[in-house]
Design a protein around this ligand. Sequence first.
Ligand code: NDP
Length: 380
Amino acid sequence: MSNSINGEITRRGFLAKAGVGLVAANASGTLLGRSFAQLIVPEPPGKKLGWAVVGLGSLAINQILPAFDKCEQSRVVAFVSGHPDKANKLAARYGVNPKNIYNYENYDSIRDNPEVDIIYIVLPNSMHAEYTIRGLQAGKHVLSEKPMANTPADCQAMIDAGRKANRKLMVAYRCRYEPFNQEMIRMARSQELGQLKAFLGDTGFKIGDPTQWRLKKAMAGGGSMMDIGIYSLQAARYISGEEPIEINAMSYSTPGDVRFKEVEETITFQLRFPSGVLANCTSSYGYSGQARFRAVTTDGWFELEPSMWYTGNRMRVNRGNSLAEITIQPKDHFASEMDHMSQCVMNDKEPLTPGEEGLRDLKLITAIYEAARSGRTVKV
Ligand code: NDP
């Protein structure tokens, strides 16, 4: 995903801040004294919990490992990988002791490593359940990437394993820790633009390599819905604050396209919520550049576009007769998400996005696929 927009916003934000600072200093006439007084001196580092990252692929290398730099309560101390060369190179880059590099066979011996408190599962979807359960049985807390697993039964088994081991289990729904999505939730709850009537969610990207695991049903569990449509499903639920009661859906895959022999290319789904809010969502692997969440209210609408990029999300608010872009200070929400998990472990608190949240989504995705297959409204 592109971060060029974010680069622009960040630069603009920085210049704006720097400008404010300079004006204040000049006006005061006591440049040195004021400058020191205004300095924000960071606190000394507090306790950081040790994390093991399982599966060193695209997300782990490009987003998760760099985010540890910005964490206050989390540090990476171990890797689990099928490729020791890659793991050793990353260990040198991130200061991980080579003795803390595991493979998928000796993974369970991580139980004997007191440096590891939390395990982050960043494997293909079909592997989340097994490696989460093995991690919990090793006495560690676990953060699993989304989708939590390929079936509700696997999600339930993960939850049960967490309870049995008395360890925390969280699903990596990163948008819940992202400031623009948090602002959407705040605006919906405050009703400052009236009552929420509809949610529109569109997410999609053009998938490439036809041999990748995302296009294998057994590994991915499904197509674009499991990978990117889940963001709109989540957003419809967290923005409305309700659980759907009825679902309609339709899916389409381009005939003869080898990428979509096993999984769906595009799926649209509609959700009816108890208050009367309706959601209309699309998800696709067939076209690029779709990342939009819009909340339509009695007095206007507010939207994010892009809505779930790693960086560069933007918000617009329409108050009926005026349209404005809202400025929000971006932050590394991967770091916020990991620190949230560390805080929950340190303070024995339930995560904002526990295993039960992942299970709810898998039950709804199963119903969405059933509605698309049968052509009938599914009650949930
Ligand atoms: P990648 O294919 O890039 O990486 C997956 C890694 O898993 C591989 O590099 C490999 O690591 C390991 N692995 C072990 N067995 C297999 C196997 N049989 N086939 C393929 N890989 C294997 O995937 P991503 O990093 O893009 O996605 C990983 C997970 O993260 C998925 O569940 C996905 O849904 C989720 N995700 C979440 C995002 C978010 O924004 N929250 C964004 C992107 C992905 P090694 O070589 O070290 O063994």
